[in-house]
Write a protein of this length. Sequence first.
Length: 80
Amino acid sequence: MKTTLKHYVWVLAVAVGMGISGGALHAQDQDYSKNKTYQQGVREGKMDQAHHRDHSKKRTFKKDDDQKAYEAGYQKGHGN
């Protein structure tokens, strides 16, 4: 009986862990390619890469999603 309970607890813990990690992976794989702040980030990232600068302009946006899109674009444009 005790081993059966331990087994169920272990299976539940693994399932919860997989659910959390799967949600985190999904959040990182968003497609921002059509977002104008993403495109701005790509342009500025490429410019900084060409001029050997590291994030020369610190941009802030009102919407959290725009900030994430800009940073994702900047990292792509900068080659990171």
